[in-house]
Design a protein around this ligand. Sequence first.
Ligand code: NDP
Length: 277
Amino acid sequence: MDTLHLALFGNPVAHSLSPVIHQAFADQFGLKLDYALILASEETFAKQLKQLQSSGARGCNITVPLKVPAHNIADTLSTAAVTAGAANTLVFQQSGVFADNTDGLGWLKDLARAETSIKGKSVAIIGAGGAAAGITPIILAQSPSALVIANRSPEKAASLLQQQTNPNFRSMSLQQLRQPGLPKFDLLVNATSIGHQGQHPDLSPESLNPEALVYDLNYGTAAEPLKNWCSKNNIRYRDGLGMLVEQAALAFNLWTSQSPETQAVLSNLGELLNQKT
Ligand code: NDP
């Protein structure tokens, strides 16, 4: 049986759940997998990528801080990678390196699990980094009634909405999120990394509709601060573990043309994380 060679580039990578997820996918199709974790910087990335490519690998995942360099290095790009300006998946093809961004669609697939839709709803995204760049075009394509993107660096939030002329689509600072006159949100997405610092965004429960969902892209210990805040305030909450599994399944499909079953993998991963915490 041929071995499927894959890898993850980023910094940090050591604690990534991607090897476990892709092993579970490979097992579903009886594939042998070799999934390497490669610590890389913007300076070393191009050389390490060439090495991986010439080793016979099928492709790789990309995480922080290399999603933009991965987009820039590719020979061809999917529409999702172009609109996000960043790539989380590279496929080694005969014609060169193809880049895609499966974060946005992976997130949308997991949102469906929470039985939450976007059309006609009022949505807020907190954060404007690579992950927010991946999900913003997906949200806009679903026709929300309003979209607010708030970020510590408001100019980054503005750049995510620069093509938009609809006055209901607005960018702002985190402080402005508390100003009166904003719509109450049906869906609030935490796309900041402050959970890794043991914090959550400074939110007001009054800014949310009673049935609102807070979707945190974080998972594991980084998700705890916002999860606890939502629990105290009786607000529906979902962490980003399902997104992680779904974006991985889409990447796996790009490499193998196989569509893995994700629910069992997600359940097992949740149990694995519970054992660790
Ligand atoms: P980036 O580093 O690109 O962006 C980080 C964001 O967090 C920026 O908006 C940044 O604001 C904000 N931020 C960081 N620290 C603070 C702070 N102290 N106060 C306020 N805002 C802060 O990261 P990504 O966009 O790639 O990832 C964001 C989070 O989503 C991460 O925690 C990551 O683990 C998670 N993620 C989950 C995925 C999943 O599959 N579940 C997929 C991708 C990401 P500023 O712009 O001002 O610096």
